[in-house]
Design a protein around this ligand. Structure first.
Ligand SMILES: *Cc1c(COP(=O)(O)O)cnc(C)c1O
Length: 395
């Protein structure tokens, strides 16, 4: 197994420890110091009445759910958000006691029993689902009420009851036995766009829903609307809780929000050079010979490929860092390995550390760079690293 504190880094990359690189051809490095820093930056940025929910769904955006949950709670986050019941159970089994909200839909008796057993907090999206919950808890003879989070659709057109029916929906849930309304929330569709028109419309609809609920004589206990982008855009969107995913992991949801607060990327993707060779001009590299050496060049084979989550469509387009310099990737990325042109540096050694995402010296390659190349978003890049990659936590 890996020793967690002695992470190979750029600093010790000149030394090649044969055993270390046999066991670690490639890995994801998680900087818990940066994670804690981001949480603290976010909390400082919020008004004292607003709590932080760290969204740790999808294995904490590929960063490792239990370790991330422990760190964010220790750093001041009050809530955890996941998508599914198994994700929540994984946290409870990992010893996490903080309140966990399931942001996705849950319906079945099995899910409801697990929610009650593990003291999880479900999202209720419709009157029908609320009735199923109440009936199932009744038939289980479940004693204490389950805290539920009411989801309204104000324009995302995903989960939730239409905001125009907010009053009726909340009144129904309030009258059902075994359920206790913990919060009322909605989700924004366009918070990362520079044009705030649609977001403002959703904000107005949310306010309208709150007015309906109050008109029923119900005081909403807790309200939330903002994701990372909204949290960084406008304090009027913060309410009682902000649900922050991406920013916790140190990335900005949009370039125009980069000045809001200082964040540090938490994840780095690293691998080792497994062989170095010189190839003659005209030599083809990798499957399909999609790269032909235009001159004699020095080639490094690196022990990471698309089965680890390096997208094959980055072939011949990406770069990686060795000794603080950018090296072009050449030829098709294969399942377990890829090649770099390392001619620019003499004497690259087998076992040296290559940074595919992250920082070396003054150079940096971020998930945003990959996302731009691939016409996607950094969220998808972070979630894409596969289980074959060990995760190494550093402070
Ligand atoms: C994933 C998710 C979030 C977090 O979104 P980020 O843009 O990563 O901050 C917040 N709320 C809900 C309902 C989500 O599903």
């Amino acid at each position: 197994m890996l020793s967690h504190k002695q992470t190979p880094s750029f600093a010790d990359s000149q030394e090649c420890d044969t055993y270390a690189w046999f066991s670690q051809r490639a890995w994801v490095e998680i900087d818990l110091g940066a994670l804690s820093y981001n949480v603290q930056q976010l909390i400082q940025f919020l008004s004292p009445r607003t709590q932080l929910m760290a969204v740790v769904k999808a294995d904490a955006y590929g960063h490792g759910a239990v370790t991330v949950a422990q760190t964010v709670i220790q750093s001041g986050a009050s809530w955890l958000g996941v998508a599914t019941v198994p994700e929540a159970i994984q946290l409870r089994e990992g010893g996490i006691q903080a309140p966990i909200v399931i942001l996705g839909a849950t319906h079945t008796a099995e899910q409801i029993q697990a929610i009650a057993h593990w003291k999880l907090q479900p999202t209720l999206c419709s009157p029908k689902q609320a009735l199923v919950f109440s009936d199932t808890l009744e038939s289980m003879n479940y004693g204490s009420p389950v805290p539920v989070h009411i989801k309204l659709d104000t324009g995302m057109s995903r989960l939730g009851t239409n905001w125009q029916q907010a009053g009726e929906f909340v009144q129904l849930v309030q009258r059902l036995p075994h359920l206790e309304i913990a919060s009322i929330y909605s989700h924004l569709a366009t918070a990362d766009s520079y044009d705030t028109t649609t977001m403002e419309q959703q904000h107005k609809r949310f306010e309208d829903a709150i007015a309906q609920i109050k008109a029923m004589g119900i005081q909403p206990p807790c309200l939330h609307l903002a994701n990372s982008a909204a949290a960084l855009t406008d304090p009027a969107l913060h309410y009682d809780i902000v649900r922050v995913g991406l920013a916790v992991y140190g990335l900005y949801p949009a370039t125009h929000l980069q000045n809001a607060i200082d964040l540090k990327p938490v994840l780095q993707l690293k691998a080792r050079v497994t062989q170095v060779k010189t190839i003659a001009p005209g030599t083809g590299v990798s499957y399909g010979h999609q790269f032909i050496a235009p001159r004699e060049l020095r080639l490094a084979v690196v022990g990471i490929g698309y089965a680890d989550g390096v997208p094959r469509s980055l072939s011949n387009k990406m770069q990686a860092l060795i000794r603080g310099q950018r090296m072009p990737q050449i030829g098709t990325i294969t399942m377990d390995q890829l090649m770099l042109d390392v001619s620019a540096i003499p004497n690259i050694q087998e076992g040296e550390v290559v940074t595919l995402l992250g920082e070396q010296g003054k150079e940096q390659i971020s998930a945003d760079d990959w996302a731009e190349q691939l016409n996607t978003i950094s969220w998808e890049i972070l979630c894409g690293f596969k289980h074959r990659l060990p995760r190494v936590a550093v402070m």
